[in-house]
Design a protein around this ligand. Structure first.
Ligand SMILES: Cc1ncc(COP(=O)(O)O)c(C=O)c1O
Length: 441
């Protein structure tokens, strides 16, 4: 036991009792890596039911952007709850309209936008796909290998980060063709510019041999690929996609469900490259933990939707809108900048660790969307998934909550208010965990 904050064996007695009760009543499909049973959270710290304290560098899968139970977010939710809990998107209320105005003020597309509210990432993706088909009248789409966009039948047709997400569910939505996402650490194509190679492949191979460009409604891409391994695309790639789409009348959808809301040090990940999409999907960090998703689209596109073309019961829930408004204020005024500054420091610390541990092949990311890819050795660069799983488990036992992504990449996505001191503590716990995981081999 390395952390002075861990007082019991893990899982502790209360956690074990709950795991036992849960086993018979919960779906076994949840991809759970280790037995953390949460009791309470504040900021970057979380406590389990046995009173052990952990540093949370997973933030509920990049959701708790403002930290656990930020007082301003909690107060905003309480105020909204005092007014009313629900009315549905068949009616109007002030917080819902204010959220649309706020998104416009953030100017994600450098022209007026409209929003459609929903509850999750996958639903925002479904909305984006439906809008693209509706507006263009075209049936096909292009997605990326390694992409993750959700698990409902439309978004799942794009999701391609692990085959287990697909296995057993075919046929999903037809008409989606996948192309590789640029991977600078593991280049698939000859030549230095992987982004340019993929753009050439779409234009000169795919469009000439198999997929008529005139039938493609949209290309959907994560500005930084998340579940697929935290891949940062080379400069010029997103602009190249923008140009390609414009040449062929194709809409460009940026799925910013994970990379949006300050996570990368800017409000939207794509702003690192100054490229605007036609449609953007948001969820996760937007509600600081309350379930909210958004389809954001250029007004000239979304205003084409006729009455009844798309909608839902819970979209625009007042508690979720209140949480999102408070979150956006905090991220805009403070936390995006903190993510950029502390994220830069964090990457430096990880690169120092990489110099001392050959099993860390690559450290990459922007802001607080950071991945460290584990490998067996630097010559083959073979992925090391078993080592990655052992590091996650050891980190948990040492008091650090982490997740993985890709085949063997550790991902670091703490709340955006994380401090350098938190990062120093996490780095200490991580180093111990990597050492222990290597010895266990
Ligand atoms: C980029 C991206 N899009 C969509 C989703 C799906 O979001 P949800 O799990 O809220 O449906 C995720 C979830 O990880 C994601 O990372």
């Amino acid at each position: 036991m390395q952390s002075r904050h861990i007082h019991t064996e893990l899982p502790g007695p209360k956690a074990r009792a709950l795991l036992e009760r849960d086993r018979s009543v919960s779906s076994p499909s949840y991809p759970r890596d280790y037995p953390f049973v949460m009791a309470k959270g504040r900021g970057v710290e979380v406590w389990d039911v046995d009173g052990n304290r952990f540093l949370d560098f997973a933030a509920g899968i990049a959701v708790c952007s403002t930290g656990h139970s930020h007082p301003r977010v909690v107060q905003a939710i309480k105020d909204a709850a005092d007014d009313f809990l629900h009315i549905s998107s068949d009616y109007w209320h002030e917080r819902m309209t204010r959220l649309g105005e706020k998104i416009n003020a953030l100017d994600p597309m450098r022209e007026p936008v409209q929003i459609l509210l929903c509850q999750s990432g996958t639903e925002s993706v479904e909305g984006a796909l439906k809008l693209a088909r509706y507006v263009t009248g075209r049936p096909r789409f292009i997605g990326f290998l390694g992409g993750f966009h959700g698990r409902s039948m439309g978004s799942l047709a794009f999701t391609a980060s692990k085959y287990t997400q697909q296995a057993g569910f075919f046929p999903t939505m037809p008409g989606v063709t996948h192309v590789p996402y640029p991977n600078v650490y593991r280049p698939l194509f000859a030549g230095a510019d992987q982004g340019k190679a993929i753009l050439d492949y779409i234009e000169n191979v795919l469009f000439t041999s198999n997929v008529p460009a005139s039938e493609v409604a949209a290309i959907m891409v994560e500005p930084i690929q998340g579940e697929g391994g935290y891949l940062v695309p080379p400069d010029g790639f997103l602009q190249g996609l923008r140009d390609l789409c414009d040449r062929h009348g194709i809409l460009l959808i940026f799925d910013e469900v994970q990379s949006g809301i300050g996570r990368t040090g800017k409000m939207f990940g794509s702003q690192h490259w100054g490229v605007s999409p036609d449609i953007m999907t948001l969820a996760k960090g937007l509600g600081s933990g309350l379930p909210i998703g958004l389809v954001v689209a250029r007004k000239k596109h979304m205003e084409k939707w006729k009455r009844g073309a798309h909608g839902n019961t819970y979209g625009g829930n007042p508690l979720c809108c209140a949480a999102a408004l408070a979150t956006l204020d905090l991220v805009e005024s403070e936390y995006a900048a903190n993510a950029a500054a502390v994220g830069g420091y964090f990457i430096e610390r990880l690169r120092e660790l990489q110099k001392r541990f050959d099993c860390i092949g690559d450290v990459r990311g922007k802001g607080l969307m950071i991945g460290a890819e584990l490998i067996t050795d630097r010559t083959s660069r073979a992925p090391a998934p078993a080592l990655c799983q052992r590091v996650l488990t050891r980190a948990f036992h040492n008091g650090l909550i982490l997740l993985s992504c890709g085949v063997s990449t550790l991902r670091f996505i703490p709340p955006l208010l994380v401090s350098r001191e938190n990062v120093d503590e996490a780095m200490g716990l991580l180093e111990i965990s990597v050492k222990e995981a290597m010895v266990e081999n």
